[in-house]
Design a protein around this ligand. Structure first.
Ligand code: PLP
Length: 395
């Protein structure tokens, strides 16, 4: 008799980027056009040269090859605190910071520390698919806060409050949003914090794209609240900030009470963030603010260009929301699944996008476009391929 597999994981979708890339064969699409990859949010530029050099200079030191303490090197966590003071006006202590293997692992630590199987987490639709997948395989019930197109997918504090039950453990948000790019305004985050406080649940916020908020605006003031530790958990990835996605640089910020428990999971999963990653991060956190800001300005130019080209009259695809690396668009093929439209875009236009349904129920009318993936000069070409599909049937 074959061994059985966890039925929770069997029900989870296959990694959608891997799945969609199976349809991308060779260099050019069946229509003859070279592919334009708009499906994954990865900076197309390398990390700062001086950061790589600083790491290279330390690679021969024996300590670079060793574990660090589970939570990470104190000097790196202190550099995190200094950066959070500049960026958020926060006065954090290094004890509130745990360095993790990407934001992905920070998320697992948070959920394992907060929830047991059968508990509930509220997710705003459209959600970041990896988080929905992870919760599914942990046997945690996902409760979906519905998408409101007119607000571009911003959460509605009352709607979320109405979904809270005695089993709710967390409200999970991503701002700027993956997939819509929408930034939750600080006042709304404050209201959601109050909602979480009233219910005695955690407000877990992933801010992976915080460094790409237009104008470099302060993301929120939650760290300034005297009671933030009782209700707020922050997840961050430095993968996009410092163009180091492969270094797997993430972090988790929360109260010492919460991190004490999360550390147990960290020890069993990874022990610590890779030491070379910590060294690179330790360099970048204090020295690369201007490098990060100039990349943000470049992304803003891509965004402006994308919006301008995409929303000019005559496009059968509608721009519903956008920001940071992403645009959330509505396709014109009523009744067709997002998967069939995404596959058809690959075949007929060489455009690789992600189908809406992986981001939540009833999302098949939408596609996610990661315009952050392509240089500004390629944007008109990418957008013109959407526009040329006018009148054609997809799927
Ligand atoms: C919203 C969001 N959170 C987390 C991650 C994963 O981050 P990391 O590569 O640091 O694990 C991503 C990656 O694209 C993301 O978009």
């Amino acid at each position: 008799m074959r061994f059985s597999i966890n039925p929770h994981i069997e029900k989870v979708i296959f990694p959608p980027i891997v799945e969609i890339k199976r349809s991308v064969v060779g260099d050019a699409a069946p229509c003859g056009k070279p592919y334009i990859d708009l499906c994954q949010a990865v900076p197309d530029y390398p990390p700062a040269r001086e950061m790589v050099e600083a790491l290279t200079a330390r690679l021969h030191e024996p300590e670079t090859a060793l574990y660090t303490s589970d939570e990470g090197l104190p000097e790196v966590r202190e550099a995190v605190c200094r950066r959070y003071r500049r960026m958020y006006g926060a006065s954090l202590s290094a004890d509130s910071v745990c360095l993790t293997v990407g934001a992905s692992q920070a998320f697992w630590l948070a959920m394992v520390a907060l929830c047991a199987a059968g508990d509930e987490v509220i997710l705003q639709v459209p959600f970041y698919f990896d988080y929905d997948m992870a919760l599914g395989m942990m046997g945690i019930r996902r409760v979906y806060a519905p998408f409101r197109e007119e607000s571009g997918g911003l959460p509605d504090a009352e709607a979320i409050e109405a979904l809270i039950t005695p089993r709710t453990r967390a409200i999970l948000l991503v701002t700027p949003s993956n997939p819509t790019g929408v930034v939750i305004p600080p006042e709304l985050l404050d209201r959601l914090f109050e909602t979480a406080k009233r219910a005695g649940v955690a407000l877990v916020v992933d801010e992976t794209y915080a460094d790409f908020i237009a104008g470099g605006a302060r993301p929120h003031g939650l760290f300034g609240r005297p009671d933030w530790r009782d209700h707020f958990v922050h997840i961050m990835s430095f993968g996009k900030t410092y163009a180091m996605t492969g270094y797997r640089a993430g972090l988790l910020i929360g109260s010492e009470r919460f991190l004490h428990q999360a550390m147990k999971a960290h020890d069993t999963m990874a022990i610590c963030q890779p030491t070379p990653t910590q060294i690179a991060l330790g360099y970048g956190l204090d020295r690369l603010d201007e490098w990060v800001a100039s990349n943000r300005r470049m992304m803003e130019r891509r965004h402006d260009r994308f919006r301008e080209e995409f929303t000019a009259p005559g496009n059968p695809f509608a721009l519903v929301a956008s920001g940071a690396f992403f645009a959330w668009i509505r396709h014109p093929y009523r009744g067709a699944s997002g998967w069939s439209v995404a596959r058809s875009l690959i075949e007929k236009a060489g455009l690789v996008t992600l189908p809406g349904e992986i981001f939540g129920p009833e999302m098949s009318r939408y596609l996610r476009v990661a315009f952050g993936n392509i240089v500004e000069e390629r944007i008109p070409e990418a957008v013109s391929r959407f526009r040329e599909l006018k009148g054609e049937e997809a799927g």
